[in-house]
Design a protein around this ligand. Structure first.
Ligand SMILES: *Cc1c(COP(=O)(O)O)cnc(C)c1O
Length: 420
């Protein structure tokens, strides 16, 4: 623990570390094996990623089979089966019109690539001066600099990086909740921003239906449909960031399907590899690809060293096929009803302001932030790994979690919410 504290950075952490992390020595199915001998249910799917659970035999085999061929080769000038098959599979299962795939090495990079595509597209089609992005408040798109610039300006790191981040345009948090209708009034400010500044805007970027790390909110499909219509009206591209929502998490394979909407550019990550290694993807339409390629450079100016990594591609392909071969709708539907019944009474807890569930995502929102150290202890004592942030106690379990696992998770969430 001393060596960890003095040497290794953890996410959003001080150096040296101020809080002891929990040592893990293994994981299997929906469980993490802690160094102290406890086996706890993972309520977080390692941040949305491990949808099939840990050490899945099919995914393990995909990695070891690929190791027999090669772990990695550069992607400049070379190609290989796993990358091509993965790209084809993603085109096949994602919303209509997305035809081309850029394999990036993390979610934030896929957002950078999406934004770069939009900027190059603007240049390629002669819409110079479109260098800004329009988004909604309450969003999260990653931690690299351009991705940060479209994160929520209050929750995000805008103040710290004022003067460094490009200044983007922000519409209010989508108001209508998932099951509410969306009115003209709800998109009035978005429309006003587009009316005033469309000729400066390369794209609208947002998380469809589920705003993740920016506040865990679920908004109305009707809102997303109106955003799509406004983008068409003002000839602005729409970037959908489905890094958290992709691959069934919200109850549809992709959250855009709730609204029957296709974006011009789509970002995928997190569950793409089934949580095995880091990989992400940026998909775009043929129209976007044509515009990007028509720009001066004649090419998309991005190419990470580990682009299209064969191990990551092979395990992603196996994870996608495994998901489609399972009755994932029933699994996610079962988790949804388990979360709903387990969190049923949470809204009456002192200090709880909202409880919401969509697909395999459950959220308790409090009026005050939780104490992380207390929360960790309380949830581990309930046999569950949770990682609340701020005022939000939430879970997105692996799809392989059983009804008992979900009951443990909701009991732990309630206990954490009560622990204040
Ligand atoms: C996690 C996340 C990202 C960033 O992905 P990383 O792999 O952490 O870089 C971007 N957008 C959304 C919606 C995310 O949930």
């Amino acid at each position: 623990m001393d060596r960890d504290r003095s040497t290794v950075w953890h996410p959003y952490a001080a150096m040296p570390g101020t809080v002891d992390p929990t040592p893990v020595i293994g994981a299997e199915g929906a469980r993490l094996h802690l160094a102290d001998g406890r086996r706890v249910v993972d309520g977080m799917s390692s941040w949305w990623a491990a949808i099939h659970g840990y050490r899945h035999p099919v995914l393990d085999a995909a990695v070891s089979d690929q190791l027999d061929d090669m772990a990695h080769v550069m992607f400049g000038g070379l190609t290989h089966g796993p990358a091509v098959e993965l790209a084809e599979a993603l085109v096949e299962i994602t919303p209509e019109g997305l035809e081309h795939v850029f394999l990036a090495d993390s979610g934030s990079v896929s957002v950078e690539v999406a934004m770069k595509m939009a900027l190059q597209y603007a240049r390629g089609v002669g819409r110079d001066g479109r260098d800004r992005f329009l988004t909604v408040r309450g969003g999260y798109h990653g931690d690299t600099l351009h991705a940060m610039s479209v994160c929520d300006p209050v929750n995000g790191m805008h103040r710290m990086f004022a003067g460094v981040l490009p200044e983007q345009l922000f519409a209010p948090v989508p108001r209508p909740r998932f099951d509410e209708t969306c009115t003209d009034e709800d998109v009035a400010e978005l429309r006003a921003l587009l009316t005033a500044d469309a000729d400066r805007i390369a794209a609208v970027i947002l998380e469809p239906i589920v705003q993740g790390a920016g506040g865990m909110r679920f908004y109305a499909p009707g809102y997303l449909r109106r955003v799509r219509a406004l983008c068409d009206e003002f000839e602005v591209l729409l970037i959908a960031d489905e890094i958290a929502t992709g691959f069934g998490r919200s109850g549809r394979l992709f959250a855009c399907e709730h609204a029957d909407v296709s974006p011009d550019i789509l970002c995928l990550g997190k569950a793409l590899t089934g949580g095995y290694v880091s990989m992400a993807a940026t998909l775009c339409t043929s129209e976007v690809a044509r515009g990007v390629t028509a720009a001066d450079s004649g090419a998309l100016m991005h190419g990470p060293t580990f682009m299209g990594n064969p191990l990551a591609s092979a395990v992603s392909l196996a994870s996608v096929r495994l998901l489609l071969s399972r009755d994932w709708q029933s699994e996610v539907g079962g988790i949804e009803s388990g979360l709903r019944s387990g969190l049923d009474h949470a809204s009456s807890i002192d200090g709880v302001v909202d409880v919401r569930v969509l697909g395999a995502i459950g959220v308790i929102e409090r009026d005050e932030p939780v104490d992380m150290e207390v929360a960790t202890q309380v949830s581990l004592d309930h046999g569950v790994w949770l990682r609340p942030f701020g005022r939000l106690v939430y879970a997105m379990p692996p799809f392989v979690a059983t009804a008992e696992d979900i009951a443990s998770i909701t009991a732990a969430m309630v206990a954490v919410a009560e622990s204040a």
